[in-house]
Design a protein around this ligand. Structure first.
Ligand code: NI
Length: 226
């Protein structure tokens, strides 16, 4: 499932993060990539233990917590520590790759990368190129979102960031290990949750919505690994 989650960050939070990142000391993105990915990766990444990274990721994590669409779509069990990258100048693209299936957090905890997430931090008008191109079973999708908005996509997909030919593209990225490992099952639960919300808004609560809500939770009980 490919899903846009708007407004993870408010405009003032985006401004604060950008100001932090502007004065930070960036490093080579290749340092954190797997073997295949490192060959096609050419961007900059923020060292994850610096002050700017700590402040910025706390804001992103707070943003995720207050966005119900993220929670219902990703059904997070573990969230990998958000990281930040920058594309521009000579370090301007990341060729086709698949993310490693399992990542290790700073504390050595394993996170299975069921769902990938990118939060856009630059305004689309501030750079050319830099599209996130995702190939999945439904075809190829190009994603470039307003600052503060995020895209969720399956960790299983082949993806790339096309060369940035003008300006600079800042983004935050991370992975989610979901309570529901299967993308298909997560999709079914998400669709059902959204339809139930629409039913409730249109007609209020009824014995049918109560029963369907029960079915949603019973499916989640069947599929969730907590
Ligand atoms: Ni990737």
């Amino acid at each position: 499932m490919l899903l846009t989650v708007p407004d993870i960050l408010h405009a003032d939070e985006v401004r604060q993060i950008r100001a932090q990142l502007a004065t930070a000391a960036w490093g080579d993105g290749r340092a954190s990539a797997g073997e295949q990915a490192a060959r096609v990766k050419n961007n900059e990444q923020l060292p994850h233990d610096c002050e700017a990274a700590r402040t910025a990721r706390a804001m992103v994590l707070r943003g995720l917590d207050r966005q119900p669409l993220f929670l219902t779509a990703a059904l997070p069990k573990k969230v990998f520590t958000p990281r930040f990258n920058r594309y521009g100048g000579q370090s301007n693209h990341y060729g086709e790759h698949v993310d490693n299936a399992v990542r290790f957090t700073d504390s050595g905890q394993r996170v299975r990368t069921d769902v990938s997430c990118t939060v856009f931090l630059s305004d689309p008008s501030d750079y050319d190129g830099g599209e996130l191109v995702i190939r999945d079973t439904f075809g190829t999708h190009q994603v470039k979102l307003p600052a503060g908005h995020a895209v969720l996509y399956p960790g299983t997909s082949v993806h790339q960031v096309t060369p940035v030919t003008r300006g600079e593209r800042l983004a935050c990225f991370f992975w989610v290990e979901s309570m529901v490992r299967s993308d298909e099952q997560r999709r079914l639960l998400f669709d059902m949750d959204m339809a139930l919300m629409q039913l409730r808004q249109a007609h209020g609560e009824s014995s049918a919505t109560v029963a369907l809500t029960g079915t949603y939770h019973n499916l989640l009980r069947l599929w969730a690994d907590t």
